[in-house]
Write a protein that binds this ligand. Sequence first.
Ligand code: NAP
Ligand code: MG
Length: 502
Amino acid sequence: MDKKMQTVLPKKKKNTLKLKFETTRSYAPALESTSAANIKPQYDLFINGKFEAPLSKKYFPTINPSNEEKLSEVAEANAADVDKAVKAATNAYEKVWKKMAAKERGKYIFRIARIIQEKARELAIIETLDGGKPIRESRDFDIPAAANHFFYYAGWADKLDYAFPNKRTESIGVAGQIIPWNFPLLMAAWKIAPALATGNTVVLKPAETTPLTALKLAEIIQEADLPPGVVNIITGGGATGVALVNHPEIKKIAFTGSTEVGKIILQTTAGTNKKLTLELGGKAANIIFEDAPLDEAVEGVINGIFFNQGQVCCAGSRLYVQESVAHTVIQKLKDRLESLIVGNPLDKNTDIGAINSRQQLQTIQKYLKIGKQEGAELYESPCALPKKGFWCRPTLFTNVAQSNRIAQEEIFGPVLAILTFRTDDEVIEKANNSPYGLSAGVWTDKGSKIFNMSKRLKAGVIWANTFNKFDPTSPFGGFKESGFGREGGLHGLLPYVNLINS
Ligand code: NAP
Ligand code: MG
């Protein structure tokens, strides 16, 4: 074990406030062994069922953001490589996949789901190494959720005739799919599973900083004996994404990432016949009413913003707390912040891991400065941070104004902006005053208030007395600049089919 990588526990403060949640300073590190993770020194592009050297002849490194060590290097696909992958997908679509009996397609998807389960431990370790998220999260959320997504859509493959009343479905062709770095395997599952179930073939591009679990998925797809070319996985940066979006044989683009890039894709696909879904950024409002069970609410807020280091599109990054309980809630949040364990993502005790990249850390640090300049009050956990790697202390801002940039713009880090309100109407107006509309949370004892809020909040997902809960049967997606189209559930089939009157 690398001594440098031991979990870093919060430093003891001298004359500390009374801690409601007494910080446990006696945790011994409980490191997950990396022996189960088989990472090759180099990965080629996965095209037509085989790993092939890139025509670009270029490779780039992927690192572990918790210690900046190189894990592997992966191929960089240029436009000619993208063309090769799309051609393989078109060929597989025309000759094999669209003709295959739906029941048979379903069997392949079930097989992929089962192999993900079998390899869950290895996938969780690699997700944590490549992306910096705590092993507890990769192990208990990312990987099981990815397997569940394949299981769920495998079930739909031969039931599409029952999905949309009086309609039958027709597949559309090759889908180009582009995903971000915050849930690498899960986002790949969200994209690939519904596309395959509906009879389409796929070219997927993972993010530059987290390509490894997508490449492991390529190995799983080989093991599942999926016909060559049905799924192609090509690594590379933004330019690879651009080539994929612009390829004329692509019939559908599914993009998850920033609003900035989403807008570019919307412009470049305008006037083409490509179907498009965009899952973009967010600035979710988490709302605590005075009648809420406050301890549960505080725990939900902590989960909502610090889950995956706040690098979650639906993170509850704006907290609106009713004025009468604001003081109590803020104190409870500060106390809880001090007990969060920040450090080695491979340690099973760790609550908060590394930030995904130097670039993302710089963005977060820029917003910490902006928040202070705007006059908000910063409170951060006093924990020590490891010397190497990309780290950010969990942070709260109080005295935040609705117009402040830290309340309006997506920070994508463990930073919570806290605002107050007095009435229902006021909080609705404030919560909806955002260019985004991906998710929101409501904490109250009253069912009627939940119904009222969920009707009036402009967000794709509204959680009540909980936060960040996902299920493959539930659709997910945004309003306004958070994008359009839904992934998950029955709704997640729609972007991959043409509906024909039956
Ligand atoms: P990003 O910069 O937009 O990148 C997303 C993906 O697009 C990456 O694979 C990226 O490649 C690629 N890309 C970059 N420029 C492109 C271009 N011009 N054309 C085509 N593809 C291009 O976003 P990110 O920083 O990786 O991810 C964070 C963002 O994703 C946040 O805003 C977050 O809210 C959003 N997100 C949304 C959801 C949702 O479901 N709504 C889920 C997760 C994340 P490289 O990685 O190589 O640059
Ligand atoms: Mg990496």
